[in-house]
Design a protein around this ligand. Sequence first.
Ligand code: C2E
Ligand code: CA
Ligand code: CA
Ligand code: CA
Length: 276
Amino acid sequence: AKAEGRGRHRVFEPAMNTRMQARLALEAELRRALEEGEFHLLFQPLLSLPDRQVVGFEALLRWRHPRHGLMAPDSFIPLAEETGLIVPIGHWVLREACREMRRWPGHCRVAVNLSPVQLADGPALLRSVEDALAASGEPAGRLELEITESAMLRGTEEVLDTLRRLKERGVRLAMDDFGTGYSSLGYLRTFPFDKVKIDRSFVRDLPHDGESRAIVHAVIGLCGTLGLTVTAEGVETEEQLAQLQRENCSEVQGYLFGAPQPAEEALRLVRGAAAR
Ligand code: C2E
Ligand code: CA
Ligand code: CA
Ligand code: CA
């Protein structure tokens, strides 16, 4: 098998090497990016219904790569997770998001995405959150952590313990991309979440697609019963909004209300609203 493998190996070597080299280069660049200040955050508004007031912002990570330009998180977070670099990067995100929040009115929260890799080391995550809150001087209740269902699959007991500690500390917990993972309903009962974010794949085909309508209806109903806030993600049209409002959805987020935007624009948005 080895001899055969060697023969075949040679054929694929150039392509493999190019891919591996690109990966290694990206990894080295990721390491440097943090020191060189190549990361920044964009902030997308979260609005309450039915009044459409901005109640907070979700922080979304961007990398201004010196040669590749602006890179979306999907293009580098998987590698950052594999290499463990997501831990220091995630810590930077937490600090930066909590720092930015200081400039907003007191009722505005900041939502930060957590990687399953961060959640896997509970003590380190708790220290990271503590440090970010201490540095900002803001109350824990203004910080919301967004966690996907897939993150819950690893080491359930430890994860549950970590989430309980965060909750005791006063941090708000949101289950992200709801409906895209497994056993979601069980998680909602077991884990101490305050909020569920309905994945935008269910919002996209509202109000015409019957299945999407039924799922959104069921999730909002269930969350009402469990006392959880519901945010619908990816709201792009007035029609989608009207349907969500009919269902008594509590919060919305999407291009209809505002794209992820630089900190200065987010600040103008909340200051403008306060002045009105
Ligand atoms: P997510 O947490 O589900 O974030 C929402 C994504 O939907 C964002 O993509 C946002 O730009 C996009 N979006 C918002 N409104 C709309 C809309 O109306 N229509 C459509 N089609 N899209 C909309 P983005 O910024 O590219 O982020 C992608 C994912 O990367 C995020 O998905 C999140 O899972 C991850 N991510 C972003 N920032 C961080 C971070 O700081 N740490 C970690 N661990 N993950 C992050
Ligand atoms: Ca999110
Ligand atoms: Ca999401
Ligand atoms: Ca997503």
